[in-house]
Design a protein around this ligand. Structure first.
Ligand code: XBP
Length: 261
């Protein structure tokens, strides 16, 4: 379609509120399972989310704890065990339907398919987590819907490094000019921008108010036509959601939101 050949989806926070309802809960279950008296409150998890990567997040938390193993080697071993446990629990949680897709996500995916706009996944979460979430919501053959799926294991550097987006563009065989990323976190926006992409920001629970720089538009989610900056170019009483024409209009304007608090 005019202006857009492909959309690249971030996963955590964009497709679903996985952090609040999934990963945090699973981390806490992993602490319990390994006999650790640790617990990440919603507030503490929000602080830790500025570290991308679950294993890296565990190591960052241990660095601030008096009761973590003293040796770096032992912390690394513990982080790997906890992370493996967390991912297994997370997979169970999403398989049981604990984590829903956010509103407007599925209709936009269906619209992409109907209008010949290709899609990719660009996430630095583990592949098993993406697989669990999308199997639950899109079925066993979910990968067929995406021309590129790039996850944490495929990159050396996680977001805000642009590696994941550059790899997704390579797999799509596209340059950045006609591809739009959908993100929620400052690190994700920075990664997509550094890869040269236009970025749409759908605010998530944990990054509801963080300043983000350089997005083509920032708003509450694909499920809501109110509260977007810049405002939607057209009032369409016939729809409740954000669609490809809305995104194309923002791309065409190329008016970036310098900063949104
Ligand atoms: C999200 C992350 C991940 C998830 C947990 O990455 O930072 O660490 O919180 O997943 P993105 P893992 O910004 O690409 O959405 O435990 O697999 O890391």
């Amino acid at each position: 379609m005019a202006g857009i050949d492909a959309l690249l989806w971030d996963v955590d926070g964009v497709l679903a509120e996985t952090e609040r309802d999934g990963h945090r809960v699973a981390f806490n279950q992993a602490f319990e399972a390994l006999g650790l008296p640790w617990h990440w409150s919603e507030t503490r998890y929000g602080q830790l989310l500025h570290v991308t990567g679950g294993r890296e997040r565990l190591l960052a938390d241990m660095a601030a704890r008096a009761d973590a193993p003293a040796l770096a080697r032992d912390r690394e071993t513990l982080a790997r065990s906890l992370h493996a446990r967390k991912n297994a629990t997370y997979a169970d949680l999403v398989a049981n339907g604990t984590v829903a897709l956010r509103g407007g996500v599925l209709p936009l995916m269906q619209e992409c398919r109907a209008r010949g706009v290709r899609m990719g996944i660009a996430s630095t979460t583990s592949r098993a987590n993406v697989d669990a979430l999308l199997q639950r919501h899109l079925g066993a053959s979910w990968q067929d819907r995406f021309a590129a799926v790039v996850c944490g294991e495929d990159v050396r550097r996680k977001k805000p490094d642009p590696e994941v987006y550059l790899a997704a563009l390579r797999r799509l065989g596209e340059t950045a000019a006609r591809v739009v990323a959908i993100e929620d976190s400052p690190a994700g926006v920075a990664a997509a921008r550094a890869a040269g992409l236009a970025v749409l920001v759908t605010r998530s629970a944990y990054f509801a108010a963080d300043p983000v720089a350089g997005a083509i538009a920032v708003g509450p989610g694909l499920h809501d036509r109110r509260g977007w900056r810049p405002a939607l170019h057209r009032d369409d009483p016939g729809t409740w959601r954000i669609g490809l024409d809305d995104i194309a209009a923002w791309v065409e304007r190329r008016e970036t939101v310098a900063q949104h608090d």
